[in-house]
Design a protein around this ligand. Structure first.
Ligand code: PEP
Length: 244
């Protein structure tokens, strides 16, 4: 971990029912979390309000997506204004499942990020390469949406190699560290040295209670975005606490 405050996000994806989410919230409420870690969970939209009303304030709320502009006649979408209204502080944008299954592209993701940031919502911006892209040396192309980012104060970058998401194939601590350094260098060369040093770069892809401590030891890994293992309260707490 680097000098910024460690950041651990739980991406619940399209999982859960009222019953299972109530149980997960209760497990999170009773777990001991290290104070010096930012902890965020991203429940499915329909349960955001339930979670907001039952989860400890120690843990902040994120959505898994947001509409690209002000709300209105956009059937099926959820606006940044509505998310703020129910108490969300963050939004995950550019997740690989939205890029590769739903077809969102950098330009659209960039506009969403710009809008959310301009309205004061923090953005967990996901980047990460497909295996073919890694082999072709294209790891950092997705960061091109950075051009649309108006301010870096409220943004966390999640590096999630697509080949490691939900596959059980975690990047080795060295592999992840190497990419995090390269992302930081990219920020230094394309944004500024200040942004490069203060922006938290978190790792995602098959992080669990057994591998998080080794990953957290890497100097440029400033936290995690956790999918599957965030659905189990005690394991998620172990991951949050792995930085100490
Ligand atoms: C994710 O989708 O953000 C993720 C990292 O998933 P998992 O931890 O299940 O690989």
């Amino acid at each position: 971990a680097g000098t910024g405050k460690f950041f651990v996000g739980g991406n619940w994806k399209c999982n859960g029912t009222k019953d299972s989410i109530t149980k997960l919230v209760s497990d999170l409420n009773s777990s001991k979390l290290e104070p010096d870690v930012d902890v965020v969970v991203a429940p499915p939209f329909v349960y955001l309000d339930l979670v907001k009303n039952s989860l400890t304030d120690r843990i902040e709320l994120s959505s898994q997506n947001s509409w690209v502009g002000k709300g209105g006649a956009f059937t099926g979408e959820i606006s940044v204004e509505q998310l703020k209204d129910i108490g969300a502080k963050w939004v995950i944008l550019g997740h690989s499942e939205r890029r590769h299954i739903i077809g969102e592209e950098n330009e659209f993701i960039g506009k969403k990020a710009a809008y959310a940031l301009s309205e004061g919502l923090g953005v967990i911006a996901c980047i990460g390469e497909l295996l073919e892209e890694r082999e072709a040396g294209k790891t950092f192309d997705p960061l091109s949406f950075a051009d649309a980012v108006p301010s870096w104060d409220n943004i966390v970058i999640a590096y999630e190699p697509v080949w490691a998401i939900g596959t059980g194939k975690v990047a080795t601590p060295q592999q992840a560290q190497e990419v995090h350094v390269a992302v930081r260098d990219w920020l230094k060369n394309n944004v500024s040295a200040e942004v490069a040093s203060k922006t938290r770069i978190i790792y995602g892809g098959s992080v669990n209670g057994g591998n998080s401590t080794e990953l957290a030891k890497q100097e440029d890994i400033d936290g995690f975005l956790v999918g599957g293992a965030s659905l189990k309260g005690p394991e998620f707490a172990t991951i949050v606490n792995s930085v100490t």
